[in-house]
Structures are given as structure tokens and as C-alpha cells.
Design a protein around this ligand. Structure first.
Ligand code: SAH
Length: 285
């Protein structure tokens, strides 16, 4: 069991809490879940075989500070503790044969039931997500929706993934970090949480910095520079040093458009369409 005396512990209760969630371990599991709510905080619950992976990098810098000050809370539920029998088995061989192991529906189901305690059953207020290469690709719009929800439950897979029936039964949405295969969902979960938490009000001091960055306007961000003015014979573009705000804004928009057009034709087409501009005409320029 967790060695930190502040952490709640119980023989069949796989909870590891962080930030303001560290509370007296005297209450029973169900009460604990209720007590864990920090008023107004955005909450994330993670079902994982590796609870020690959390908060990981989320415990650092801005997300870490926000966790400490209670702007968001993190609960890692140890899937192993829901396992079957003496060895707490969580997986079995795939039906139909083939390589690897599959996480069992009954085991994952129990963890999802526990994770649902104290959360809304309305999936728009509390999305329940399985990290999966087959899922919808994660993007900034999804992070914005999640940040506006009360919280989020993330299920991290391992091995060959989870039994399909548990995803169907619990209306679990599948979300992917990208077109590649990781060994487990934990790194993907941290990436998704990081992108979401930084959109919660007050996590990043200067709001403008999230308004202007890549994707929020439909464009990739313009290049950034800072001191020294000259480095290895490379200079900072003159416009940025002019102090002329309108010219700087024009330069930045121009660069953002150019980069997006070059690197991400998909985003560029969507951007033009949103502005009512004709992609063919823009092509000819
Ligand atoms: N057999 C599966 C891959 C399993 S990888 C397939 O071919 O689709 C093991 C676990 O890692 C998955 O259950 C998932 O939770 C996680 N994972 C792997 N790649 C991922 C990705 N691109 N995005 C999110 N999660 C991923």
C-alpha cells in the first residue's frame, strides 16, 4: 500500500491522490471519494496498472503548482486492486487466439464503477475516455470541451487493450494521442491532461498566452524570438523590434498563415473555409 501516511489506503481500494486530495485516512472508501472533492476544482480520475506514473510530469511547473493549490485534483485508481483471485489477475488471452493479453471486462468494469462515484452520468459534464490508437485523434477543441466539464475519467490500457464489451457497456469514448502505438495509455493520459489543465482558468497566469497560441485561431503559431539580438550571426526579424504593434501583428499573422499553409494543408483549408476564403484563389497567390 502507499507509504505516504497522508494517502488513503485500503485492501481493495486502489486510490492514489494528489495535491489537495491528501486527507486523513480514517474514513471508509465511499466517504473518502465524497470528501475528496475540492470545491470548484476540475477533477481527473485515472484507471491504470501504474498509479505511480502519476502525477509524473503533471506534478511539475504550472500544472504542478495548480495541482498543489487545488485548481485541479488527480485520483489514480490502481487497476491491479480490482484483479481476480490471489494474484489479482487483470488480463486473459484474446478470444479467437492471437498474441498478447486483453484486460478483462469484469475487472475494468468494477474500476469504472468505482471511478463513477461522485461524478455526473452526463458524459458532456464528465467524459469517460479510453486512451486508444483506434480513437478519435485528440485536439485542442477536445481539450477546451474537457476543461469546461466538471472532470474526466481516463482508462489507460496495457497489453493488447481492453475487452470491447466494457467500452460498450460504460459508453466509453476512445481517444488517440496520434497515429502510433504506445505500450500503455499512461503517457497519452498525461499529455491529454496537460493540454486540458492548462486551459482551466488561473492555471496559466496570462490568459492571452492560451488565446494566441497554435490551434486556438486555427493556425499554427508564428516563430518566437528573444534576447540576444544577434546570435551566431542570426538576427531577430526587424519588424519585431520596431515597437509598431500593428506591423508586428501583421507580421505574426502572415508568418502563422505561411507556416500553416506549408506544414498543415488540412488546417489551412479549414481556416480558409472558416473565413469564407476560396482555397483555389489562395493557391494562386
Ligand atoms: N493492440 C492495440 C494497441 C495496444 S497498445 C491496437 O493495435 O490498437 C496498449 C495500450 O496503450 C492501449 O490499450 C492504449 O491504452 C495505449 N495506447 C497505445 N497507443 C496509443 C495512442 N496512440 N493513443 C492513446 N493510447 C495509446
Amino acid at each position: 500500500m502507499p507509504s505516504d501516511p497522508k494517502e488513503p489506503a485500503g485492501p481493495s481500494f486502489g486510490l492514489k491522490s494528489h495535491g489537495r486530495l491528501s486527507i486523513a485516512a480514517s474514513a471508509g472508501p465511499r466517504e473518502l471519494m465524497a470528501d475528496l472533492r475540492v470545491k470548484g476544482a476540475w477533477r481527473v480520475k485515472i484507471i491504470t496498472l501504474f498509479p505511480d506514473a502519476f502525477p509524473g510530469t503533471l506534478g511539475l511547473s504550472l500544472t504542478g503548482k495548480a495541482l498543489e493549490t487545488g485548481l485541479w485534483t488527480l485520483e489514480a485508481l490502481d487497476l491491479r486492486l480490482y484483479g481476480e483471485g490471489k494474484h489479482r489477475n487483470v488480463d486473459d488471452t484474446p478470444a479467437g487466439g492471437g498474441a498478447g493479453m486483453v484486460l478483462r471486462a469484469d475487472v475494468v468494469g468494477e474500476a469504472l464503477t468505482d471511478a463513477a462515484i461522485g461524478t455526473s452520468s452526463d458524459r458532456s459534464k464528465w467524459p469517460v475516455v479510453y486512451l486508444s490508437p483506434r480513437g478519435k485523434p485528440f485536439d485542442q477543441a477536445m481539450a477546451q470541451n474537457w476543461a469546461a466539464a466538471d472532470g474526466l475519467t481516463l482508462l489507460c490500457g496495457r497489453f493488447e487493450g481492453v475487452d470491447q464489451r466494457v467500452l460498450d457497456e460504460y459508453a466509453v469514448q476512445e481517444v488517440s494521442l496520434g497515429d502510433f502505438v504506445l505500450t500503455g495509455g499512461e503517457i497519452a493520459a498525461q499529455a491529454l491532461i496537460d493540454a486540458t489543465v492548462r486551459l482551466i482558468p488561473r492555471v496559466i497566469g496570462n490568459h492571452l498566452s492560451t488565446d494566441e497560441e497554435s490551434f486556438s485561431s486555427g493556425l499554427l503559431e508564428f516563430p518566437q524570438y528573444t534576447r540576444p539580438l544577434v546570435w551566431k550571426d542570426r538576427v531577430i526579424p526587424e519588424t519585431l523590434l520596431s515597437g509598431h504593434h500593428a506591423h508586428i501583428a501583421d507580421w505574426r499573422r502572415d508568418m502563422a498563415e505561411r507556416l500553416t499553409k506549408e506544414r498543415r494543408p488540412d488546417l489551412w483549408r479549414a481556416y480558409l473555409a472558416a473565413q469564407g476564403r476560396d482555397p483555389i484563389e489562395d493557391q494562386e497567390q
